[in-house]
Design a protein around this ligand. Structure first.
Ligand code: HEM
Length: 157
C-alpha cells in the first residue's frame, strides 16, 4: 500500500525549478570540462531541459518525458554508438553531484544516497547502451526511483 505521507524524491528536491537549474548549470560546466566537452560538443540547446524532464519523471514527478519526448527508448537511442567510457561516466556523475552541491540541492544522507543510487545505475546503463552491440527495447519502461531501504528524514528519524 502506498503511503501518501512519503514524498517522492522529486517533491523532496523541490520540483521542476531546481531540476532545471541543476541541468542548466551542469551542462554549462560540461562545456569547460576537458573530458566531457567533446562528448557533448553537438548537443542541442534544449538538451538540459530534456534531461531535467527525464530526471523529473524517474524521481516521481510529471511524466512529461514519456508524453512529449519519446520516453525511455528515445533516451536510450541518444546514447547508441557514442562509445562512452567509465572515465566519461565517472566524470559525468561527479560533476552532476558537485553542481547539486553548488546549487544547494538537498544534501541529507537519505536523499543523496537515493540520488547517487539512480545516477550510478543510469550512467552505467548509458555506457552499456553506447557500445556498438547495444539493442534498444522499444517498450522499455521508464525507471522509477524511490528512497530505497533508508527511512528518510520525512519519518522524523
Ligand atoms: C543517469 C544517467 C543519464 C541520464 C538520465 C541521461 C539522460 C539523457 C537524455 C534524456 C538524453 C536525451 C535528451 C533529449 O531527449 O534530447 C541524453 C542524451 C545524451 N547523453 Fe545522456 N544520460 C545519462 C548519462 C550519460 C552519460 C554518463 C553520458 C556521457 C558521459 C551521456 C551522454 C549523452 C550524450 C552525448 C547525449 C546526446 C547529446 C546530444 O544531443 O548531442 N549521458 N541523455
Amino acid at each position: 500500500m502506498q503511503n501518501s505521507a512519503v514524498p517522492t524524491l522529486y517533491e523532496w528536491l523541490g520540483g521542476m525549478e531546481p531540476l532545471l537549474r541543476l541541468t542548466a548549470r551542469f551542462y554549462e560546466r560540461v562545456k569547460d570540462d576537458a573530458l566531457l566537452a567533446p562528448v557533448f560538443a553537438h548537443m542541442d540547446a534544449s538538451h538540459p531541459q530534456h534531461v531535467a524532464a527525464f530526471l523529473a519523471e524517474v524521481l516521481g514527478g510529471p511524466k512529461s518525458y514519456s508524453a512529449h519526448h519519446g520516453g525511455h527508448a528515445h533516451m536510450v537511442r541518444q546514447h547508441l554508438d557514442r562509445h562512452l567510457t567509465q572515465a566519461h561516466r565517472r566524470q559525468w556523475v561527479s560533476l552532476l553531484l558537485s553542481t547539486a552541491d553548488e546549487l544547494g540541492l538537498p544534501d541529507d544522507p537519505e536523499f543523496r544516497s537515493a540520488l547517487v543510487g539512480y545516477l550510478e545505475w543510469g550512467s552505467r546503463l548509458a555506457v552499456i547502451n553506447s557500445q556498438g552491440d547495444a539493442v534498444v527495447d522499444p517498450d522499455a519502461p521508464m525507471p522509477q526511483w524511490g528512497w530505497g531501504e533508508v527511512k528518510g528524514p520525512y519519518a522524523g528519524g
